[in-house]
Each structure stands twice: as C-alpha cells, then as structure tokens.
Design a protein around this ligand. Structure first.
Ligand code: DGL
Length: 260
C-alpha cells in the first residue's frame, strides 16, 4: 500500500465512460479530490462473462483501495451489474457506490412514452437489470420498454472520438428502426452520455436519462452518513490513471473530461 491518495474518492470504469459520471460528481462535490482509474487495457467489458468481469473489477478496485481512497464509485453499469455484491462483500472498509440504468425515474415520468434502454449486452443480460425491470415496470408498461444492446459502440468510443463517423454509423444501424417511435432514452452505459447529440439527430426530440445525478446524490449521502466528506472548501483535485498507462491515454481521459 502506498496510500498516495488518502482521502480521495476512487472512480472506476472499464475505460473513458466513467468520466461522464465523474463530471457529475465534480458538480455535486466540487471540493472533493478524485482518483480516476480506467481499465482501458481490458475494455470493452460488455461482451465478457460475468466471472471475468468480476476478476477485472476486483483487480481495479483493489488498486484504488491500495492507493488509500476513502470511497469507491464503480462508474460502470457493466461492472456494477456483475460485481457490486462481490466488491461490497470483499472490501468492507470503504463505501462502494455503483451505477444502474435510470429506468426508475424514466418510467415515473408521466409523459415517458416508449422507453429505449441502451446498454451493453452484459448489463441487459445479467440478473440485476431484470430485477430492476421487475421492480419498476408493471406488466402493462412492459410493452413500452424496449431494450437495445449496442455491441461495438464502446470499442469505437475508446478510440478517442465519441463523434466519429464510425460511431455515427453504428448508432444509425442500432437506432434507425426506432426513428420517431421513441420518446425516452435511458443511457444504461456510462460511455453513452457522450453521444447525446448523435442519438438525438437520429431519434428526434427525446428525453434522456442517465445515471449521473442519481450516483452523485448517492455518493454525497454516503459521505455525509459516514462523516467523511471533505471539510475544507478548496477546489478539489482530479488525477487520471489507466491500466493502459501511456501518455496518450491519460491525455485522452483529460480531453473527455474537458471537451465532451
Ligand atoms: N462504461 C461501461 C458501462 O457503463 C462500458 C462497459 C464496456 O466496457 O463494455 O457499462
């Protein structure tokens, strides 16, 4: 243990996606210090088996805890779906906050119309999502909820440009059948909030739900409950790290944080 980042909050994703969550965390908790870890060397997680995702999540969270973080945010829907129970059982010394597709607020919106849930194959296949659906979607509402796995999308975003022609081409392929038929989109993968403009350009004027606000509120609540929130009101630091620890990769993370 080197404890270099004592009192930081660890934020982890399979790659750049968690940066969409980090932006919200920074908005809600501007004084906190954040240590971001993207497992880009092993992304994407979405097509992997549950056991393999658990191993990768375990390894990543172990690294953050060894750095001394006071809390961990698993800013990845796929890793949360596969591994959150395992992680909470194993690492009991710090609070661990996960993310989930924002299906609950979407279905509670009175004018939700047809809801399209975009996420990775693993997120939509694993039990956690089915439980979420069972809990919040009544039988008569079921026909209004369409699930759409988007294989390949994370690979393209990880290349560095969420607005690239390849991303747009894939989105067209996935979304064209739903043109003008959808009113609400749940972005159930933390990589997807970077694609809002492109999604809207295909589907028309839709309402988006993502996991950012819910996760930030939950983290704030957990920090206060444990009285571990930062007391000083000085601007917090953000440090980016990656399993693909090349200069270019870290620069890319910073660009996602600042530009997109
Ligand atoms: N950001 C991850 C998520 O929220 C992407 C998973 C992947 O690497 O495929 O699901």
């Amino acid at each position: 243990m080197n404890m270099n980042y004592k009192k930081f909050i660890g934020v982890y994703d399979s790659g750049v996606g968690g940066i969409s969550i980090l932006k919200k965390l920074k908005e809600y908790l501007p004084y906190e210090d954040f240590l971001y870890y993207g497992d880009s060397a092993n992304a994407p997680y979405g097509g992997k088996r549950k056991d393999d995702i658990i191993l990768l999540a375990d390894d990543s969270v172990k690294k953050l805890i060894a750095e001394g973080v006071k809390a961990v945010v698993v800013a990845c829907n796929t890793a949360t779906s596969a591994a959150i129970d395992f992680l909470r059982d194993k690492y009991t010394s710090v609070p661990i906050v996960g993310v989930e597709p924002a299906l609950k607020p979407a279905i509670m919106h009175e004018n939700h119309g047809r809801i399209l849930v975009m996420a990775t194959q693993a997120t939509l296949r694993l039990e956690k999502f089915h439980k979420l659906e069972e809990k919040y979607v009544s039988e008569e509402e079921m026909r209004n909820v369409i699930i759409l796995p988007c294989p390949g999308l994370v690979d393209e975003i990880e290349k560095g440009d969420p607005h690239s022609p390849q991303v747009v081409e894939l989105l067209n392929e996935f979304l064209s059948p739903y043109k003008e038929k959808i009113r609400t989109v749940v972005l159930g993968c933390t990589h997807y909030p970077f694609l809002k403009d492109e999604i809207r350009a295909i589907l028309g004027n839709i309402i988006f739900y993502d996991s950012g606000d819910g996760t930030a509120k939950e983290l704030k609540r957990k920090l206060e409950e444990k009285s571990i929130q930062k007391k000083e009101t000085t601007e917090g630091k953000i440090v980016f790290t990656s399993s693909k620890d090349t200069f270019g990769e870290i620069e890319m993370y910073k660009r996602f944080f600042e530009e997109f």
